[in-house]
Design a protein around this ligand. Sequence first.
Ligand code: DGP
Length: 113
Amino acid sequence: MSETIFSKIIRREVPAEIVYEDDQCLAFRDIDPQAPTHVLIIPKEPIRSLSELEEEHQALAGHLLLTAAKVAADLGLDSGYRLVTNCGKEGGQAVDHLHFHLLGGRAMQWPPG
Ligand code: DGP
C-alpha cells in the first residue's frame, strides 16, 4: 500500500504526542481533537482499514481493542468513552491506515453524524 502520515509518525519522522507504544501498536493524540481526550490507536503494520483485516490479524485485532481499553483507563476515562473506526469513503475514513479513535472527556451523542 502507499504510505500514509501514520507510517511517518511510527518512524518518528513526523512528531506526535504518543501516549502508548509497544511492538505491535502505537497510540497518539489526534491533531484535530473532537473531544477533550481524542487518541488514535494504530497497528504498526500498515493495514489500510478494518475491511483489510485477515484471519492472520486476529490476535492483532484483539490486541488493538485491549490497548484501547488500557489507554482509556490510563488516561482516566472512568466515566466512559467511545471507540470508533471509520472505514472507507462513506465511513468517513481520511487516512488509509487502520486506526481506532478513542474519544472521551465529554458525553457522546447518538446517532453520530
Ligand atoms: P479518519 O477520518 O477516521 O481517517 O481520521 C483520521 C484522523 O487522523 C483525523 O481525526 C485527524 C488525524 N490526523 C491526520 N493527520 C494527523 C497527523 O499528522 N498527526 C496526528 N496526530 N493526527 C493526524
